[in-house]
Design a protein around this ligand. Structure first.
Ligand code: SAH
Length: 284
């Protein structure tokens, strides 16, 4: 990424390379030293969240009030995607989702469990995952026998590989900023294999106006739309649809939803021959 960026203290970086070299080490630095810095990056991210209360307010950085707008925006986006790609959802198709960086299970509980028959949750911070397990337990959250949270994986994204062909949708929201660029790319490459045919990713994230913003407190970076698109292309993923989240307080970052597919979206092109074929002409 050749655009400059900032950190949370307002310090400028020439480009993402400069920031990453500082955060997770330089190539010439030696394998061990680099590994140490990267471990440190991830450790600090986790320990930040370990100090946060397991509540909606906690996982939303004190903005619990945005929960409703967030869920409504996601639901509208998901509905169009499901009706495009899985027209039989809700009739006879058994749908399975994975909620990545699920925190306390806010998205599963308020959204995914209503649309998917099975939802797995992945969350590296154990007190969040325990809260999710508890609040989604059948005795506390009755949806129906046909809709349930099944597996609770306590691992970070950079160490996770899903079972082959298991998921219709892999939902990744407000957690990918913790991953370095290389881990971002290798996570999505591994996770692609976890999608069923026709399956897709939803990535919902804060968006920087340009370049990136490094948050030194929780060790995460907010990327620009262009930065994301460069990474999607490294992952071999295509933007099938995207939408801006509306109705969030002005002081927050803009938020975008991307639906990502492994195959190139089929665009409806009105080619010349089609247009001509549809108008009256002489039968030869
Ligand atoms: N997606 C949830 C939680 C957002 S808070 C929601 O929208 O409600 C950010 C979450 O990312 C926290 O639960 C945090 O523990 C998790 N996280 C931090 N580092 C991560 C990593 N390396 N892999 C996966 N999740 C991570």
């Amino acid at each position: 990424m050749e655009v400059n960026g900032l950190d949370s203290d307002g310090r400028q970086f020439k480009n993402a390379g400069e920031m990453w070299r500082e955060q997770i080490g330089e190539e010439g630095e030696g394998e061990q030293q680099q590994q140490h810095k990267k471990t440190q990056w991830y450790r600090e991210g986790i320990s930040y969240w370990e100090g946060v209360e397991a509540s909606v307010d906690g996982v939303l950085g004190g903005f619990g009030t945005v929960n409703e707008a967030d869920i409504n925006g996601s639901e509208a986006f998901l509905q169009t995607l499901l009706s495009d790609r899985f027209p039989n959802a809700g009739k006879n198709q058994h749908l399975v989702a994975l909620d990545c960086g699920s925190g306390i299970g806010r998205i599963t509980k308020n959204l995914l469990i209503r649309y998917f028959n099975e939802v797995d949750l992945l969350e590296p911070v154990s007190h969040f995952l325990d809260a999710a397990r508890e609040s989604l337990a059948p005795e506390n959250h009755v949806v129906s026998d046909m809709h349930k949270a099944v597996n609770f994986f306590c691992v970070p994204l950079q160490e996770f590989t899903p079972d082959t062909g298991k998921y219709d949708v892999i939902w990744v929201q407000w957690c990918i900023g913790h991953l370095t660029d290389d881990d971002f790319v290798s996570f999505f490459k591994r996770a692609k294999v976890g999608l069923k045919p026709g399956g897709f990713f939803v990535l919902k994230e804060n968006i920087a106006r340009t370049g990136f913003v490094l948050d030194k407190q929780d060790r995460s970076i907010t990327r620009s739309d262009l930065y994301f698109k460069e990474l999607f292309s490294r992952c071999g993923l295509h933007v099938y649809k995207s939408k801006d989240q509306k109705g969030l307080p002005e002081e927050l970052f803009a938020v975008k939803m991307y639906a990502l597919t492994t195959e190139m979206p089929k665009r409806v092109h009105k080619t010349r021959s089609k247009v001509q074929a549809n108008r009256p002409c002489i039968i030869k």
